[in-house]
Design a protein around this ligand. Structure first.
Ligand code: SF4
Length: 352
């Protein structure tokens, strides 16, 4: 670690200007806080947190739509624990559960499928969130549901893809990004190729990295070297887990069941082809098609700045509600719910 810190100091002195690097993954955000990495690097290196928490980037409209589905007769909604706590316009899935609506927390989509198997007289909907890391498991669950002919199992997919969001961020003028600390886990699936446009089109530095303090510090040193030498490229620091070609079998498997679709990101808006929806052949399992959801009037919590936080434009403490009205025990916005959310990470590790 000492060696990387010294290299960062040397390189940053030579660069002599502010360098803006964005870590895209929520696990990196937490690791940067946990290891006090900001305090180990010179002040002209600014680390910005990106939209890398799947719970946080799910927009309020989707929470409201899930609440609508959950309140229909003979329906069981299943999802991960954090999703249950994200506030919608009128309460969360957790609150709906407390009021008697059948919402169940699961640890895996396969658990949700089990619920469907055990409740054949009910429509069981899995609220599927995540990035490329979790989508192979969702695809596997659809495969099992098809194989076992579990007809009462449905997916509401808000699955997101990381590379299209990066293109939006790199074009966000306020950020003036010099480079990206790219996510290790996502890259084990997609490899390095989907990021190539960041270098060829935008000439930004990129390093795919692991999650320990020395991984992140080494990645920062690698990024600074690329910037100093004006030779942007995609380097893989996390070589034990990430291959340039990723995991083609996993990608092929996802593509058997899902296709790319436009997707709405909290704070960013609709990004073309940045989400995964079930393919036409499996539309009988697509909750958005099966349930007739009317247009709903969603309203963001008053004063919440999640949108600006997710784009890296504002830091959580700049939100007037941070730590006062909005806390992990009583989250006002999605970024305070998941431990990988920027607001929750700031609250835990960097509160005044
Ligand atoms: Fe939203 Fe709370 Fe974060 Fe403010 S502190 S941006 S209200 S989640």
């Amino acid at each position: 670690m000492k060696e990387f810190v010294e290299t960062i100091e040397k390189l940053s002195k030579k660069i002599q200007r502010q360098i803006n690097l964005m870590e895209v993954c929520g696990t990196h955000t937490v690791s940067i806080f946990r290891h006090g990495i900001r305090s180990l690097i010179p002040s002209n290196i600014k680390l910005l947190s990106g939209p890398g928490c799947p719970v946080c980037v799910t927009p309020i409209q989707d929470i409201d739509r899930m609440l609508y589905i959950a309140k229909q007769p003979n329906v069981i909604v299943t999802t991960f624990g954090d999703m249950m706590r994200v506030p919608g316009s009128d309460g969360s899935l957790y609150r709906a559960k407390a009021e008697g609506v059948d919402v169940r927390m699961v640890y895996s989509p396969l658990d949700a499928l089990k619920v469907a198997e055990q409740n054949r007289d009910k429509k069981v909907v899995f609220f599927a969130v995540g990035f490329e890391t979790t989508s192979p498991l969702i695809a596997a669950t659809v495969a099992v549901a098809e194989d076992k002919k579990i007809e009462n199992f449905y997916i509401y997919s808000v699955h997101k893809l990381v590379p299209p969001a990066l293109e939006v961020l790199v074009n966000t003028e306020e950020l003036k990004l010099d480079g990206f600390i790219l996510p290790g886990h996502v890259s084990t699936i997609i490899g390095s190729k989907p990021y190539e446009f960041i270098v060829s089109k935008y000439k930004k530095a990129c390093v795919i990295t692991g999650f320990d303090a020395d991984d992140i510090l080494q990645a920062i040193a690698m990024l600074l070297k690329q910037i100093l030498e004006d030779e942007p490229r995609i380097q893989i620091q996390y070589k034990d887990a990430v291959k340039p070609e990723g995991n083609p079998k996993a990608v092929e498997f996802i593509n058997m069941y899902f296709e790319q679709a436009d997707s709405n990101w909290r704070g960013i808006g609709v990004i073309p082809k940045s989400g995964l929806k079930l393919k036409k052949e499996y539309s009988h399992r697509d909750a958005e098609k099966v349930f007739d959801i009317p247009p709903l009037q969603s309203k963001e919590p008053k004063g919440c700045q999640c949108g600006l936080v997710l784009r890296g434009v504002k830091l959580p403490p700049e939100c007037p509600l941070f730590g006062k009205i909005c806390t992990p025990q009583n989250p006002v916005g999605a970024c305070m719910v998941s431990s990988e959310g920027s607001c929750a990470a700031y609250y835990k590790y960097a509160r005044g």
